[in-house]
Every structure is written in C-alpha cells, then in structure tokens.
Design a protein around this ligand. Structure first.
Ligand code: CTP
Length: 399
C-alpha cells in the first residue's frame, strides 16, 4: 500500500525524534519515497546524517543553505502526505497559529497534500488546556491527528503523551491510503449518550445509554477524514482528539445544540437515546418525602431527528437509530418515513449482545432504496465501520 507513495516527514524537537530513524527505515522497506525536513531543535535528538542515510535523500533544516533556497512550496506539492512525527508542543502551537519561523513550518503552511501528525510530549504538557485547544484547532484545519499512547515518558512518569510507535504510524498511513479519506471536507454531527431530565436539583429521569456506539461512529468518521462534532449527553466516554464534543444534559439542550449545528452539517447521525418525556416542572428545591404518593407529570420532548428531517436540504444525509423490542422491521420502516431520515439503524433488544451497555451490537440497516441489510453481532467499533461504509455507499448512489 505504501509502495511508491511520497512521504514528506517533518521531524520536530522531542525525545521521540529518535524513533524517526526506525520509522524512516520501515517506510523505505515498505517501498515509500521519503524526504525529510527537520526543525533545528530536532537535530539535538537525531542527526540529519542518520536520517539522510536511511531515507536516501538529503535532509533539509534551513530555509536557505549554501546560498541556495530550499523550495518549500515544491516539497509540499511533491508529497502525497506530509507526516509530522514527532509533533512537539512548540511546533503544534506554531501550526495552530501559522507561525513561520523555520523550514518545517514553511513547508507545512504551503503543503497542498493532507497532513498527518503524531504528537509527542510529557503528560502534563499533553493535558494542558492550550495543547488541547491547539490540537482542536489544527484538526479543524483538516489535519489528521494520530492518537498518543500511554506508557513511560521521558520524564520517567507513566502516562499519556508518548508518540505512537513507528509500526502504528505505518498502519495509520496504510489505512489512510487504503480509504482515500472519502469523508475529507465533510462535516458530521453525531448525537450520543443518554439525556437526563431533571425532576429536582438531585433527581432526574435517565436511561442506560453509554454513548459507546455514537463515540465509535464519530471516531470512524474522523478516521475517514471528516470534521466531527458530537453532541454528548451525560456520559464520561472519551473520544479521539480532534473530535469536537459539546456536552449537554437534557433533551432540550441536545435539541438546541443540534438545531444550531445542523445547517452546517453534511451528515448527521442521531445515535443518542433521547428521553421522549420530561417533567413538566423542575422543582427548584429537593422534593421532600411526605406521607403521600408522588406523581410527576411528564410532557413530550421535541423529537430532534424529526425536526432535522423536516428541515433537511438535498445535500444533507440523515441517519436515525431505532431501538425496538417488537415489530422491529415495521417500526424501523415507519421511522424512516415519519422522520424523513435517509437511513435507520435498527437494533433489537431481543438480540443477545445488542443495545445499551454492551461492547457489541447487532444491527440491520434500512435505506430508502433496496432491501434491509442485516449484520452479525460485532464490536461497536466494527459496527461503526459497517454503518460508515453504508453511508458512503448511499452518498455515492445519491450523486
Ligand atoms: N430521537 C430524537 N429525539 C427524540 C427522541 C428520539 O432525535 N426526542 C432520535 C433518536 O436519537 C433515534 C431515533 O430518534 O435516532 C429513534 O428513537 P426511538 O426512541 O427509537 O424512537 P421514537 O421516535 O422516540 O419512538 P419510540 O420510542 O416510541 O419507539
């Protein structure tokens, strides 16, 4: 898959830079053509001589060398992909703000090819709010972030922040070329998790949704190059960097967030388990126990999927979920029509390993045309791949 691919490797100053020697060797072994640009700081961690020997090409560091100018524009145009590995905190910050003070930054800013980054830093730096902000920012520019790994760090501490191993980076590159990033440039909205409908300051009506299915779909969409926003109900599930997460609690908050984002969205996947009813009144203070029984009056929530379906434009693709216990197929087809969705993903509580809480799911996909497609029980990550593949097929059929 990497045979003949032109990889422009940008090395910035981090202890993980020593791994780029192995990375370069693996890329060359896989048949790729490799050119390398280093920041001046990276030279402290790995020598240009090592990397030029392994890549079989001169390594560039300065904008001008021996009175000749390094043509950063042509380098960015030459490459099929620019891989910045390791991505240091400093270079990340420059990428987020567009600061051009070295050759690597000049190449990055003029690159017309996709850019993939593999961050590497100590855990405290990794967790800093500015790092998170900068990562979000560069992901919003369309850069693809390879997740960091957990393990021993240069400081001796154990934690998050290690650069992905060279073998993992190679796998990402292989997947990248394999999938041709069908969703690059697409904006995706995913709802996930439960909603909590407040009865009083301490009590709510909720459900057992974990948000795992929605998170898996969001990550799969991101892997295909999309810009993903998740509107997440109360759930502590974590998602890859670069996925924008808007946290909400109630169905009303989820509705408002989706209503705002949907006009800018290409594909919306409503996988949240939204409460259908909410208390008419939320008591301001904790309801005290009395001798009497208590009735909580409920009113219907707004149906987000139906609302988005009603306002859907021709270029938008809308996916709903249906969690059923009986008359599954009939109910799923009804939802496809009544909510003006383009696809309904059915999971039945009658199937073992499907629905809430499990790491697995068993789905049937209903499209506007063609027969329903049933899948075996799979992990939620695998189910997400099936759903995203099917969405892409439907989009191709539509255009
Ligand atoms: N949904 C929504 N807003 C709601 C309720 C549901 O967006 N207030 C979405 C869910 O995210 C899901 C789909 O609608 O994608 C179907 O949800 P489900 O609860 O199965 O269907 P309902 O229409 O609520 O009907 P019922 O509960 O009676 O089956």
């Amino acid at each position: 898959m990497l045979q003949g691919k032109k990889i422009l490797l940008g090395v910035s100053g981090s202890i993980a830079a020593y791994k780029t020697a192995i990375l370069t060797r693996l890329l060359i072994k896989a048949g790729a053509e490799v050119r390398i640009v280093m920041t001046p700081a990276a030279k402290d961690f790995v020598t240009p001589l090592s990397l030029s020997t392994l890549s079989k090409n001169p390594v560039l560091v300065d904008l001008a060398e021996n009175d000749s100018w390094a043509n950063h524009v042509m380098l960015g145009r030459w490459a099929d992909v620019m891989l910045v590995a390791p991505l240091s905190c400093n270079t990340l910050s420059k990428m987020a703000s567009g600061l051009c003070d070295n050759l690597l930054m000049a190449v990055y800013l003029s690159a017309t090819c996709p850019v993939v980054v593999a961050p590497a830093m100590d855990e405290d730096m990794w967790q800093h709010a500015s790092t998170k902000e900068n990562l979000k920012k560069i992901a919003s520019f369309g850069n693809i972030v390879i997740p960091v790994e957990n393990g021993e760090l240069a400081s001796g501490l154990i934690g998050e922040g290690r650069m992905a191993e060279p073998e993992t980076i190679i796998k990402w590159l292989r997947d990248f070329f394999l999938q041709k990033l069908e969703l690059t440039g697409k904006k995706i909205l995913v709802t996930a998790g439960p909603t909590y409908e407040p009865i009083d300051p301490v009590r709510f009506i909720g459900n057992h949704s974990s948000g795992k299915m929605g998170a898996a779909i969001a990550e799969e969409m991101q892997r295909r190059g999309a810009e993903v926003t998740v509107v997440l109900g109360p759930s502590d599930i974590s998602m890859n960097n670069g996925i924008k997460v808007i946290k909400v609690k109630s169905a009303e908050e989820m509705f408002n967030a989706c209503d705002k984002i949907f006009p800018e969205t290409d594909i919306a996947v409503m996988s949240a388990a939204v409460a259908d009813y909410t208390p008419v009144k939320t008591a301001k203070e904790k309801i005290k126990k009395t001798e009497n029984d208590l009735a909580v009056e409920l009113t219907k929530t707004k149906d987000i999927l139906k609302h988005l379906g009603a306002g859907k434009k021709a270029h938008q693709f809308l996916v709903g979920f249906a969690l059923e216990t009986n008359n599954e197929e009939e109910n799923a087809l009804k939802k496809l029509q009544s909510k003006n969705a383009d696809m309904i993903v059915l999971n039945s509580l009658n199937d073992a390993g499907a629905g809430f809480g499990h790491d697995t799911n068993k789905i049937t996909i209903f499209n506007r045309t063609g027969n329903p497609i049933s899948f075996e029980t799979k992990t939620k990550k695998e189910v997400a791949v099936d759903i995203v593949n099917n969405i892409i097929q439907q989009l191709h059929a539509k255009n």
